[in-house]
Design a protein. Structure first.
Length: 468
């Protein structure tokens, strides 16, 4: 099957030009101006932008929610992500109960995602049960195509929390095999104290979610994580950065040449903590996520850090938790609200609307943070994250002239709300190719559930370039 995409404005992280793309089978075979090649299908992209398929490096599909022993929305709901222009996710593979890291990875590939995923996917390993065997299992990552592992400095008292000693051991072992360590950086002990103080005082509404997770708890953990990673010379990636204080710690470390980078998420760029003040519990609970939402000045600092290259990716931190049932667990106590919100289907158009259309990001930087850098960070570039001869033909054709409003009904995401419902939307994904197959047409999913494939990652990804 040969497909010719004609006359679009091709945008990569490095350049922009009007041209054509020839797709043959799964891959891009040729790019240039005025290609005159025989094709089974010709797609007219005049007046449209042509981007590489988005890479969302931070998602939680089919993850244990810890409320009623229920999982978050599963891989069958990744149709929303691909309609939104994301063709590859890097999902988390937390340890399932009574399973090690490797068994949990295998179970996710062969059971949880099998015959369901609409997007291609790589995986981060994630420590949720500390046991001595995990250090031997990390040594197997290169043979399993796993280039990263995530730990949580928050959630003290739960299986998610990783103490500093274990964190240090994971850093050492990861460096030995060429893996990158991702970290959720919040000071768990202080968070537990602040949350318990709120509960003692009867301060139980969602408003107190952000009161009990102040910026300094993130900044302190970022500083500590950076220091520990520096002692082992291990590349560190800080997940979902939200505030000026934490960015300042990242900037200082990068200024010394340390191999550390960070991401932020769509909701931290576009939404502020005031939404948690809504007296309607259902509306406020939608926005309960960790770290908490911040103020407008923090949003602006995040945009600037992206523009400057200090932050290198925008992720969704997609977590499909419904309001009608699961979030009700915290109606009378905010500490019981399961944290997380959906967003994989909205990442591209929200960053375009709030970033590119306002002049905060260039089009090249947009592509860089939603596709190219996430692919590089996770060891799947240049197969993913760019438009180049030999790369997978993951292509987004984007209409910049579309003006509308975000509605859940236009792109259902498997839960009962869209975080950006009623917000202005400029630009829309019109057509998507996944490995050469048209899977979205006229902004509607026309692909096949289960079309997504596991993408093995390469070790020694971004951050290891100048390793000794």
């Amino acid at each position: 099957m040969r497909t010719l995409i004609k006359g679009g404005t091709i945008v990569t992280a490095e350049q922009e030009y009007v041209g054509d793309i020839l797709v043959e089978g799964d891959v891009i075979r040729a790019m240039g101006t005025h290609l005159d090649e025989a094709a089974d299908r010709v797609i007219d992209a005049k007046g449209k932008y042509v981007f590489p398929g988005g890479v969302d490096q931070h998602t939680h599909f089919s993850a244990l929610c810890n409320v009623g022993n229920r999982d978050t929305a599963g891989y069958e709901t990744t149709d929303s992500a691909i309609v939104g222009g994301t063709t590859t996710i890097v999902d988390f593979a937390p340890q399932d109960p009574d399973r090690g890291l490797l068994d949990s990875i295998d179970y996710r590939i062969n059971v949880r995602a099998k015959d369901k995923s609409c997007v291609d996917f790589a995986l981060h390993s994630m420590v949720t049960y500390i046991m001595d065997s995990i250090f031997d299992e990390i040594e197997e990552f290169p043979r399993r195509g796993i280039s990263s592992i995530k730990i949580f400095m928050a959630y003290n008292g739960s299986p998610l929390h990783v103490d500093d000693g274990t964190f240090f051991r994971i850093l050492e072992k990861s460096r030995q095999v060429g893996a990158t360590v991702f970290v959720h950086a919040e000071n768990g002990e202080i968070l537990n104290f602040l949350r318990s103080e709120c509960v003692k005082k009867g301060q139980l509404t969602p408003h107190y979610h952000y009161v009990s997770r102040p910026p300094f708890t993130e900044a302190e953990a970022v500083r500590r994580a950076i220091y520990l990673a520096g002692q082992t010379d291990t590349p560190l990636y800080i997940a979902h950065m939200t505030c000026r204080e934490a960015i300042a710690e990242l900037q200082k470390a990068k200024g010394t040449g340390q191999r550390v980078s960070g991401e932020t998420c769509t909701h931290y760029l576009t939404t502020t903590k005031e939404v948690l003040d809504n007296p309607d519990f259902n509306e406020a609970a939608k926005f309960v996520c960790s770290p908490a939402l911040r103020d407008r000045e923090d949003c602006e600092a995040l945009w600037q850090a992206l523009s400057d290259g200090l932050l290198t990716a925008v992720s969704s931190d997609h977590c499909g938790i419904d309001v009608a049932e699961l979030k009700q667990a915290g109606r009378n106590d905010f500490t019981q609200i399961p944290n997380g919100s959906p967003g994989a289907g909205d990442r591209l158009h929200m960053v375009w609307t709030e970033g590119v259309c306002t002049g905060k990001l260039t089009r090249q930087k947009f592509v860089d943070v939603i596709a190219t850098q996430p692919a590089k960070i996770n060891g799947i570039y240049p197969r993913k994250g760019t438009l180049a001869v030999g790369s997978d033909a993951d292509v987004v054709i984007f209409d910049p002239n579309y003006e509308g409003t975000v509605h859940l009904a236009d792109n259902p995401n498997g839960v009962d709300y869209n975080l950006y419902e009623g917000r202005r939307q400029s630009g829309r994904v019109e057509t998507v190719l996944l490995r050469g197959q048209v899977v979205v047409e006229n902004a509607k999913f026309v692909g096949r559930y289960g079309q997504g494939k596991f993408i093995p990652a390469n070790m020694y990804a971004s951050g290891y370039e100048n390793r000794n």
